[in-house]
Design a protein around this ligand. Structure first.
Ligand code: FAD
Length: 496
């Protein structure tokens, strides 16, 4: 990244979640005067974090890591020391059998980390970098004239007035899915916006470590109990515990109205998990909040050169690709690269233009992946496709990469490019499949003709009729071979 600029800009960031903190560090590194306004209290003062943070842990992969590494405050190393690497999924069948399915072709992993620990490390770094954070300041409104003016409500006892007006040169909204800044910007610019709630809710439960302090499941896997319409997953925490999350349709969760019904549901569907976790854990089902899942799409993400939204504020996604935060951190890297390249007038508008396809792509992929996680992973077709991808990748190298690899381990490939290449690979596989089916049909036909010829020649029938048939079959086989080779090499050439 380039050297800090000399022209100091006053930058206000709304939200001290992971994206807000990382954005503040990146802006500070460029020499700007940065202040963060955060609605909640400091999560470091509330060590169990129950009231302040949403899901208990999350998975960070290559895109998030790439951004963290650009901050070079030694921050990445501190965060990474809390990672629990997960090399694959562990699929639990109804009978309790476990099957490991690796994520990457070369042993790559995604990394589980406690959300609270991540937030704590980032906030400490923000303090160290000299960025001021104002906790318990909730954005209420914003106007955008030549300079943005934002108004915050605070309940802090040290403030005489409940409302505070702040003027800045730039305002950046990192205030999550229900972003107030996004709402205010919608009034100022022609922002297209859509929001979809899915019918599935989630409930998290902490699975403590075993009596000897060890993990109750293999920690280096993301454990999944896929049951078609719902699923249970577990991710390891660095202290020996796991966070289990049940994702299920709202109506199903509503119907589990007593402890006995919930216990029976767990026993029927996730019995091996229940045996490892212990029944008493299920009481968390009634204590812990139920989370909703939504997807937000909007465009543009900026207003003139004075306001922009990043992270969940711009593109809240369902969590099934484990990319929500990774994508939010990538937003920061992309924006900083544009700010280093262009004067700020152009950087924000360029960002809106170049980032949109990628944000839509990961949003859609995340929706699609829910079906994969709760159902497809347990099918034979999924295992076969994984094997086929591994073979083709070995033969073709970088020219054939599984979609999961491109999304989770290749931050140099844009999300939209990953989707395009995956569609092309699917087309090639379809051509191959058709060729195999057509070829097999011709082999059967050839066998039939040859068998018929044998019968005719032994009974003295006309020889020409038989050799024409054989010729037809061998010609059509040659045609199938040539056509499929040509189509496949056409597709592969497009990769180069
Ligand atoms: P947030 O984390 O939501 O932070 C927003 C901040 O803004 C908060 O601190 C909030 O208090 C503050 N704020 C809100 N409104 C105001 C206001 N008016 N004024 C001032 N401050 C305000 N992503 C992954 O990459 N990997 C995963 O494995 C993963 N798992 C997930 C599992 C679940 C169950 C869920 C729900 C999400 C998961 N995600 C995952 C997504 C990830 O949690 C989000 O993408 C990420 O937290 C977004 O970060 P953010 O900083 O943009 O927003």
């Amino acid at each position: 990244m380039s050297a800090p600029r000399s022209n100091k800009t006053k930058v206000v960031i709304v939200g001290a979640g992971p994206v807000g903190c990382v954005c503040a560090l990146a802006m500070k590194k460029r020499g700007h005067n940065v202040v963060i306004y955060e609605a909640r209290s400091d999560p470091r003062l509330n060590r169990n974090g129950k009231d302040t943070l949403r899901s208990i842990n999350l998975a960070i992969s290559a895109r998030g890591i790439r951004t963290l590494k650009t901050l070079d405050y030694g921050l990445f190393e501190r965060i990474a020391s809390n990672f629990v690497p997960m090399q694959g999924r562990m699929i639990h069948s109804l009978k309790g059998e476990q099957t490991s399915v690796k994520y990457g072709l070369n042993g790559e992993s995604i990394n589980s980390i406690s959300r609270l620990e991540l937030n704590r490390l980032l906030l400490e770094e923000v303090d160290r970098a000299g960025v001021e954070i104002k906790f318990e300041y909730k954005l209420k409104s914003a106007t955008f004239t030549s300079q943005p003016e934002s108004v915050y409500e605070t309940s802090r006892p040290d403030r005489a007035s409940r409302e505070v007006k702040v003027r800045s040169d730039v305002i950046i909204g990192c205030d999550g899915s229900h972003s107030k800044l996004r709402y205010e910007m919608q009034k100022a610019c022609d922002m297209n916006y859509s929001q979809v709630f899915i019918d599935h809710h989630y409930i998290e439960m902490v699975v403590p470590s075993a009596n000897d302090g060890g993990y109750v499941f293999n920690p280096n896997h993301l454990h999944i109990w896929p049951r078609k319409d719902f699923m249970f997953i577990c991710l390891a925490n660095s202290d020996g515990s796991f966070t289990g999350t049940l994702f299920a349709p709202r109506q199903l969760l509503d119907s589990l109205s007593t402890f006995e019904l919930f216990l029976e549901f767990f026993r029927t569907n996730f019995n091996d998990a229940l045996l490892s976790m212990g029944e008493e854990l299920l009481s968390q089902y009634y204590k812990n909040p139920r989370g909703k899942l939504m997807s937000v799409k909007c465009t543009p993400y900026h207003y003139r050169n004075i306001a922009i939204i990043l992270g969940d504020a711009a593109h809240s996604t369902v969590p099934f690709y484990g990319q929500g935060l990774n994508c939010g951190l990538e937003d920061v890297r992309v924006l900083m690269e544009l700010m280093d390249k262009y004067p700020s007038q152009k950087a924000f508008s360029e960002y809106s233009i170049i980032r949109h396809d990628d944000l839509v792509a990961i949003n859609d992929l995340s929706m699609r992946n829910y079906i994969e996680m709760r159902h497809s992973v347990s099918t034979l077709g999924f295992a076969f496709r994984k094997k086929l991808d591994a073979i083709l990748c070995k033969v073709l190298g970088d020219r054939w990469l599984p979609l999961y690899t491109m999304v989770s381990f290749r931050p140099d490939i844009r999300y939209s490019e990953a989707v395009r290449r995956d569609a092309q690979q699917a087309r090639i596989l379809r051509i191959l499949q058709n060729a195999i089916v057509f070829g097999a049909a011709n082999v059967v036909l050839a066998a039939g003709v040859l068998g018929h010829r044998h019968l005719l020649s032994t009974s003295g029938y006309i020889h020409g009729y038989c050799s024409n048939g054989t010729q037809y079959v061998s010609n059509s086989l040659a045609w199938v071979w040539n056509e499929s080779s040509r189509k496949i090499s056409d597709q592969i050439e497009l990769f180069q």
